[in-house]
Design a protein around this ligand. Structure first.
Ligand code: EPZ
Length: 417
């Protein structure tokens, strides 16, 4: 993958269109396995994780064509129930296909999803919930085989933790199950609502998505539909972090302020000014932001773990000290050693990072450790004085359609080399 070269520090000004949401479109692509017909997914971001999902859909027997940001999926001839190891390895969130393949084929087999850069990524909550819907679970070597010979049966499921993926797998497995499924302590992220909207438009009967209690009444069949993916709230949070770090005034086109209330209030506390009108969220940042007393990541609607690295990057240049507590993932601070190469002053103790703002950062060479850690390095490079080179940028392509194009449009001196 080409490296990214950044010349800093320049203010950001102008408009940037916010792409469709990665964490919404991935479960929706899995959901297309449940439909008999042709679906058109609009505002579909061109991401490597999307291409990995399309490879899985094609392997299962679907026909896909991706033009611009419109993805057409013909799922009528899906006939396979196994996801081969090589395709599983391309994308950890392929575990989202479990519920959909099980719902359509009566069985599903995947290689157990390895950990990822953020630490172990178990799917015990997914497996437990699918068993409660009547699936039997067998471990075959490194593979997990789920079967439901007599079809899945609706049941009451209480999630020990409001896992986003587990909630999505339950929705996917229960829409064609026999009877009613009630999920309590469900995840409330906007991506859950978007997945439910897709399924409902395909004929599913779902109430309560977006709240912590979701009721799904099984139906007999789902059909092809047309769906526009919601904007990516983490991409919006990333660009807010960029302007907070460099100063300037940008307009996020198509961002949904209600999806990032906790992010907006954190950056308001740091001194940024926001304006909302129509589908435009404007952010103004002066030269140096203030620190924020304490930031804790938690499930929605609290501050999102996926926007943490980018915020920490911006706070590296703040006046004062911020205590940042990461409560969702065990190993989300790997990028901080790379941030220190810019001159950031951050101390990590377990799940706490203490960010002492410094006057300035200096350009350096660094490499991405994971998707959002990579985005954090871009934030730092934009705000650092001098030239920076960022390697292993393939991590960034998983979640950002074209971060170089988006930021260049705001006046950043950034390019691929
Ligand atoms: C989704 O991951 C997102 N990915 C993540 O975004 C996001 O960080 C996360 O939700 C939290 O919001 C997609 O939507 C594709 P979880 P997911 O299940 O579903 C533990 C990004 O950068 N857990 O809510 O995997 C788990 O280990 C990515 O876009 C179990 O222990 O998140 C983690 O510590 C990163 N057992 C915590 O719960 C389980 O069965 C949150 O996981 C499931 C999860």
């Amino acid at each position: 993958m080409p490296d990214i070269l950044v010349d800093g520090k320049y203010e950001l000004n102008g408009d940037v269109y916010i792409q469709g949401s990665k964490n919404s479109v991935l479960p929706i692509l899995a959901a297309s396995v449940l439909t008999y017909g042709v679906s058109v997914i609009e505002n579909c971001p061109a991401l490597s994780d999307v291409r990995a999902s399309i490879n899985i859909l094609k392997y299962l027997g679907a026909k896909c064509s991706f033009e611009g940001n419109s993805l057409t999926i013909d799922s009528r001839n899906i006939s396979d129930y196994k996801i081969p190891d090589n395709l599983m390895r391309e994308m950890r969130s392929s575990s989202l296909f479990l519920g959909a393949i099980l719902g359509r084929m009566g069985k599903a087999e995947i290689s157990s999803p390895g950990g990822c850069e953020l630490g172990p990524r178990p799917i015990d909550l997914h497996i437990k919930a699918l068993s409660e819907l009547g699936a039997t679970v067998k471990h075959k070597g490194g593979n997990i085989l789920l079967q439901s010979k007599n079809g899945l049966v609706g049941s009451e499921i209480h999630l020990a933790f409001p896992s986003v993926g587990a909630t999505e797998n339950i929705l996917l497995a229960s829409v064609l199950a026999d009877g009613i499924t009630v999920v309590t302590n469900a995840a409330k992220e906007p991506e859950i609502e978007d997945l439910a909207d897709f399924l409902i438009s395909a004929g599913a009967n779902i109430e309560g998505a977006g709240s912590d209690k979701i009721v799904i009444k099984g139906v007999r069949k789902l059909f092809g539909t047309r769906h526009k993916v919601i904007p990516d709230r983490i991409v919006a949070a990333t660009y807010i972090s960029c302007v907070a770090a460099t100063g300037g005034n940008i307009n996020l086109i198509n961002a949904v302020p209600n999806h990032i209330r906790s992010v907006i209030s954190a950056f308001e506390e740091a001194g940024c000014e926001f304006k909302e009108r129509d589908n435009i969220l404007s952010v103004k940042a002066n030269d140096r932001i203030n620190s924020i007393s304490t930031v804790r990541t938690l499930t929605y609607p609290a501050f999102p773990t996926d926007a943490g690295p980018q915020l920490i990057s911006a706070l590296s240049l703040s006046k004062g000290t911020t205590v940042f507590v990461e409560n969702i993932f065990q190993n989300r601070f790997r990028y901080i050693d790379e941030l220190k190469r810019f001159g950031a002053n951050i101390k990590v103790e377990g799940k706490v990072a203490v960010v002492e703002g410094v006057e300035s950062l200096s350009g350096t060479e660094c490499e991405c450790t994971d998707l959002r850690g990579g985005a954090a390095l871009v934030v730092a490079a934009l705000a650092a004085n001098g030239t920076s080179k960022i390697r292993k940028t393939e991590h960034i392509l998983r979640g950002y359609e074209n971060i170089v194009r988006d930021l260049s449009g705001l006046g950043a001196r950034i390019k691929y080399i």
